[in-house]
Design a protein around this ligand. Sequence first.
Ligand code: SAH
Length: 253
Amino acid sequence: MAVIGIMSAMHEELAAVLACLPDEQRVAVAGREFWLGHWQGHAVVAVLSRIGKVAAATTATVLIERFHVDTLVFTGVAGGMGSGVRVGDVVVANGFVQHDMDASPLFPRHEVPLYGRARFETDANLSAQLAEAGQQVLAQAAQHLGAGTLAEFQLDSPRVHQGLVISGDRFVATSTESQALRLALPDALAVEMEGAAVAQVCHDYAVPFAAVRTISDRADDAAHTDFNRFIREVASRYSLAILSQWLTNRPPD
Ligand code: SAH
């Protein structure tokens, strides 16, 4: 049976996933807790990614090497970069770049040395499936979040976007920095701290990978506002609903 790895960037997201695994068993490796179980008839291993590129890369490597996942799906939150990418929208990555990788002048800016590339693609099929699930969930946003939460966070007709997500070991919380990132990487829809590392690990092992991020902030001077409440009330509910919808849509293994 195929094994699906589910990485959550946030504690709240993982807790919501674990509540859906009736038979989960905990296995500790490398200071992390991996949860093995079944969700809607699929074998899954769920784990907290931890924050930042190195921590997330280690988590992904253990999922692949130790738990032999055949597919890896990553959820979390991100700062919106593209115009029209608003708080409460969802971004499904079609590729990742490390915005803080810079070995110039030896290599072009952003290129990961010895890979000959800056960009690591996600799996097109898996990403299309997640985008489809995301659209189904956002079409019923009020049902998943409650009308009160929609109004409180001023979420109006949230949308799913697909495109480039950029990662680096920095929480981007000033307009000056996000403007500089926009100039350097104009295609970026969102910025976060882990995805590009996991995409690179999955590239190394040829494991299909997809990532979905709820936009929690606009990576500007207001980026810290209500971050934790947003994760609890909005992002972790979206992540759970999107994963669950994706598994429902997915044919049995
Ligand atoms: N309070 C959290 C820590 C959050 S760190 C905890 O205790 O777990 C920030 C997380 O949000 C990272 O996973 C990062 O990928 C994502 N993120 C959201 N907005 C971001 C932004 N503007 N810049 C960088 N990362 C962002």
